[in-house]
Design a protein around this ligand. Structure first.
Ligand SMILES: *Cc1c(COP(=O)(O)O)cnc(C)c1O
Length: 419
């Protein structure tokens, strides 16, 4: 089993003449096609909306594509709000699902009339003090314990810092109602990168039941239920990808089972996917610049963990294709490394790949979400450019690479020189 890059070696050679490696490349056509599939899968729900999780890929050109396809945005910080506002997202198109929220973030969220999703019951007073209580609000739920599907533990909400307990949720709804809130929603994110079609339906089942209970206990009928993110992608070539059509149908089934009989057949379903929307449609493209033979065989590339952090921090697997050698036998075992002074800076460990020569281009798959955005500047490494492969085959730079001047932009050297 293998994965097919969305560009050829010849295309990358041509791109690299203009934009030196490393760079991120996104595939506009596939992004749009995937987004349309998501909308189709949830078309049965009248109020359905996807709020793309900005943190996954905070790049204006990408946000604009998703906006054209009908998405809103999910923000969790001041700058994400600023970017979304600058991209033209307005009012209800902005979800603000933050936690440990600073006052100025809430103030901006209120100014933009974003839908605030409260992470904690104490934030009611905080929000009222630093800004004001809106007419529409959402509360984030954490059921505690384990989150299991078919007896398999997927994640541990009981250890997660997010959301409110059920008792707090009920209390929060009562307080918010007394403070004049007219429209309510609820939200939960219980497992990350789930590669199963059962995650959303099981999450929906739990949330729908709580929604019915909330209605009974507080008289408040939520108008939207936000399934948040967590729908994963098949990073490994032998994994079975999620089928969004099946996922949408699974949510519909529990909706009809639980909400419709409770007289809540008007509830809108929201999602805040990031990884599923963008992950497979972005790649980090890097060039092999050194081959080192010591106790192991190393291929050194011009990108490093500062460009793509997931392998270094989670030991995450990212498939690698050596462009132009797609059909060559994988008969060499390599560690593929970046140049940070950290031994965790490895894109692959003991990976079987075709023989790699200096100058070969490596296509690191599934870096479209939580890739560039997790980048950092350790060792003075600079962030790469981001490029968009457009539907007509042309390539547009959507973010330039950092230069040393960007790295030094927060210092003022003038004092040193005036001595
Ligand atoms: C990170 C995050 C998302 C997106 O998660 P994915 O794993 O990219 O689907 C959605 N909502 C919230 C609140 C998040 O923190």
């Amino acid at each position: 089993m293998t994965k097919t890059p969305f560009v050829t070696k010849e295309q990358v050679e041509k791109i690299a003449e203009k934009y030196p490696t490393p760079f991120y490349l996104y595939d506009e056509k596939s992004i749009r096609e995937n987004m349309r599939k998501v909308l189709k899968a949830f078309a049965w729900n009248k109020g359905y909306k996807e709020y793309f999780a900005v943190k996954a890929t905070p790049t204006p050109a990408i946000l604009k594509i998703l906006q054209e396809e009908g998405c809103g945005v999910d923000c969790s910080s001041y700058t994400e709000l600023l970017m979304s506002h600058a991209c033209g997202f307005k009012d209800k198109e902005i979800m603000f699902s933050s936690n440990v929220t600073p006052a100025q973030d809430y103030q901006l969220a209120r100014k933009l009339n974003a839908t605030i999703n409260l992470d904690d019951i104490t934030h009611i007073d905080f929000l009222e003090k630093v800004a004001s209580i809106p007419k529409i609000i959402s509360c984030r739920f954490n059921p505690g314990g384990d989150f299991s599907i078919s007896n398999k533990i997927m994640d541990n909400p009981g250890d997660a810092k997010y959301g409110m307990t059920k008792a707090q949720l009920i209390e929060a709804f009562k307080i918010l109602k007394s403070k004049g809130v007219e429209h309510f929603g609820m939200h939960a994110f219980l497992a990350s990168n789930t590669v199963t079609n059962e995650y959303y339906p099981e999450l929906a089942r739990q949330l729908f039941k709580v929604a019915v209970e909330l209605k009974e206990k507080t008289g408040v009928a939520v108008e939207f239920i936000n399934l948040s993110g967590g729908v994963g992608i098949a990073y490994k070539p032998d994994q079975q990808s999620n089928d969004i059509e099946v996922i949408g149908a699974g949510v519909k089934k529990v909706y009809e089972e639980i909400l419709v009989p409770a007289g809540m057949g008007n509830v809108a379903i929201f999602t805040e996917m990031g990884r599923f929307i963008l992950g497979p449609y972005g790649a980090l493209i890097t060039k092999a610049i050194h081959a080192k033979h010591i106790y192991k065989e190393y291929i050194g590339v011009d990108a490093c963990a500062a460009n793509l952090m997931r392998p270094a921090i989670y030991g995450a697997y990212h498939h690698i294709t050596v462009l132009g050698k797609e059909n060559a036998p994988c008969d060499h075992k390599y560690d593929v490394t970046g140049g940070l002074c950290e031994n965790s800076d490895k894109f692959a460990i003991d990976r079987m790949l075709p023989e790699i020569k200096n100058g070969d281009y490596l296509f690191i798959h599934d870096a479209g979400a939580h890739g560039f955005s997790m980048g950092y500047n350790y060792n003075g490494k600079l962030r790469s450019a981001e490029l968009l492969l457009k539907e007509d085959g042309s390539v547009e730079m959507i973010r330039r690479a950092e230069t040393p001047a960007d790295y030094f932009a927060t210092f003022d050297f003038t004092g040193l020189f005036n001595k």
